[in-house]
Design a protein around this ligand. Structure first.
Ligand code: ATP
Length: 257
């Protein structure tokens, strides 16, 4: 199990600040949802945490500064399932999983693969199928199983439910919960706020590069601000959209005489 903490994490693209002073924590064995609208900076944050882009600020893994190079981050026990899965479509399910275990000593690789098929029994039946011929949900499952091949301490998922049918989303999120209960800490970016909050322990809401709300998942799910911003209530009639920050501002405006 592992604990992640960011302190004033920052990322700029040229003159534009995309992630600003983000301080969050994910405790051992928790599922933490990072929620927010398109363009909020969620993917950028995950990329920065995984060393795919340079970052400012500090990232601590179990109290020690996290390395900055991706292969060192992976070696430290951190795995990322990127948005869009990025499987090798012309390779079989088993081959994709084996590639996920490239850092595992060769002698342990077969053992990890056998474990993946215990954890993801559906994939065992499909071991020889080409990954590119699987449904979106099945591919997402391969992507998660591949990330689990190196037995990470911390698993990060970028929009795992994107484009999946509701039943598949439920199945996948159940797997995510099981992974955390089995001891891997999970940080999950999700736009499917309602469903994410049913499996998460805590959540952070990000907008325009900053965190605008956080708390236990059950409280966030009940929060008027979150419901207004993401769960369909009280949308701006002009744009059909709203945001958590706008919702906070509106509520403050109502409360201020
Ligand atoms: P989505 O849910 O749509 O993926 P997000 O919250 O993950 O949104 P990011 O993908 O992190 O948002 O993007 C945040 C902002 O950073 C966006 O305005 C985006 O255009 C910008 N951005 C992302 N990558 C780059 C880049 N390589 N160069 C310049 N700007 C970028």
């Amino acid at each position: 199990m592992s604990e992640l903490r960011t302190v004033s994490l920052k990322k700029r693209y040229r003159a534009r600040t995309v992630v600003q002073d983000v301080s969050l924590s994910v405790k051992s064995g928790e599922v933490v949802g990072l929620l927010g609208p398109n363009g909020a900076g969620k993917t950028t944050l995950l990329k920065a945490l995984n060393g795919l882009i340079p970052r400012g600020g500090s990232v601590l893994l179990d109290g020690a500064e996290m390395p900055e190079k991706t292969h060192e981050i992976v070696q430290a026990g951190v795995a990322l399932v990127p948005e869009g899965r990025q499987l090798f479509p012309q390779l079989t399910v088993a081959e994709n999983l084996e590639l996920g275990g490239w850092l595992v000593p060769k002698a342990q690789r077969a053992e990890r693969l056998a474990q993946a098929f215990v954890d993801f029994p559906k994939l065992k039946e499909r071991a020889t199928q080409l990954a590119g011929t699987m449904s979106g949900g099945e591919q997402q499952m391969v992507a998660v199983a591949r990330a689990m091949m190196c037995a990470p301490r911390l698993l990060m998922l970028d929009e795992p439910s994107l484009g999946l049918a509701p039943k598949m989303v439920d199945e996948l999120l159940t797997i995510v919960r099981r992974i955390a209960d089995a001891g891997t800490t999970v940080l999950m970016v999700e736009q499917n706020v309602k469903k994410a909050l049913t499996v998460a322990d805590r959540g952070y809401v990000m907008e325009r590069g900053t965190l605008v709300a956080s708390g236990p998942a059950k409280l966030l799910a009940r929060s008027t601000v979150i419901r207004e911003a993401y769960l369909g209530a009280d949308k701006d009639p002009a744009t059909g959209t709203t945001s958590a920050a706008d919702a906070v501002r509106r509520r403050k405006a109502v409360a201020t005489p």
